[in-house]
Write a protein that binds this ligand. Structure first.
Ligand code: HH2
Length: 288
């Protein structure tokens, strides 16, 4: 189980990492692999975020660009039009619950606009490699999730190859964390993510999951995003909308190997599974 005694500085929030946290995902896109087209309507998206808050989300992650394998990049203006109104809509409910909002984006303009509109975290699958991205984060106190990806979403699943996937991913993440530190981003604002499914075969993903403690040893909180991904589909033979149980199992496996945050579509089920998990691990259960 994650044993971080520290807290994550997340804008105006300090998230205690003494228990694993659930990050609820909502994509306001036509083409996301799990929920694409479901929450295009702003009201539906807002309602789903409120529902996730009730289900136990510790962080809400909203995205306006799909990065599934084969995805076509979203123009900046479209991404802003999707994300900022939703952010403004959900902010009062999130603030009332003390739940930080994360924005999943690779674009510095969107990062800056999101932070200005109240986002407390930027979740970047590109690990702040775009020109101007580190600068967008270096002022202020928003947290950043640096994720590993080999290649680009459009082609990343065509020829994934590594010397040693765990060592290669760890070296990349260590370099990106150092770049952030050098730019003045405090280490307590940094989260690392091995990027399950981003330029990785099923075997790469399983190896990373089995050896996640080696990435946790870098000393930063780890985020793991396996929810409904194709590896779960391959292992279970289930379609994307029928992968909840497999995803919960993967989330628990990640937490057992040091993940501090799990990024999931099924908030309620994951939060329940983690409650049982924590009770088994010795924490006093809250009797309902
Ligand atoms: N996975 C997805 C998107 N963003 N961010 C992090 N940090 N880690 C992940 O594993 C991760 C991520 C893909 O999932 P989803 O957002 O549901 O799909 P899409 O990219 O098609 O919108």
């Amino acid at each position: 189980m994650a044993a971080h005694s520290e807290a994550l500085v997340c804008g105006r929030y300090r998230l205690s990492l003494d228990r694993p946290l659930v990050m609820g995902v909502l994509n306001i896109t036509p083409d996301s692999f799990a929920d694409g087209g479901v929450f295009l309507d702003l009201r539906d998206a807002t309602d789903r975020v409120r529902q996730m808050l009730g289900e136990g989300a510790d962080i809400v992650d909203i995205g306006g660009e799909s990065t599934r394998p084969g995805a076509v990049p979203t123009p900046e203006a479209h991404e802003l039009d999707r994300v900022i109104p939703l952010l403004e809509n959900i902010r009062p409910s999130c603030d009332a619950r003390g739940v930080p909002i994360s924005v999943d984006t690779r674009k510095p303009v969107v990062m800056r606009a999101a932070i200005a509109a109240g986002a407390s975290m930027i979740n970047d699958i590109n690990a702040l490699r775009a020109p101007g991205a580190i600068e967008a984060l270096s002022e202020g106190s928003a947290a950043v999730c640096l994720m590993h990806m080999q290649g680009e979403p459009a082609t990343m699943q065509h020829s994934a190859s590594y010397e040693d996937v765990v060592a290669d991913v760890a070296a990349f993440l260590a370099e990106r964390a150092s770049a952030c530190l050098a730019a003045g981003i405090d280490r307590h604002r940094i989260v690392l993510d091995p990027g399950f499914g981003f330029g990785k075969t099923v075997e790469h993903n399983l190896t990373l999951l089995r050896r996640l403690t080696e990435i946790a040893a870098l000393g930063y909180p780890l985020l793991a995003g396996l929810s409904r991904k194709s590896t779960i589909g391959v292992l279970t033979g289930r379609n994307v909308d029928d992968r909840m149980a497999g995803s919960v199992a993967a989330a628990l496996a990640a937490v057992a190997r040091g993940a501090a945050i799990v990024r999931v579509h099924d908030v309620r089920e994951t939060a329940d599974a983690l409650k049982v998990w924590r009770a088994v691990e010795g924490e006093q259960p809250r009797v309902l």
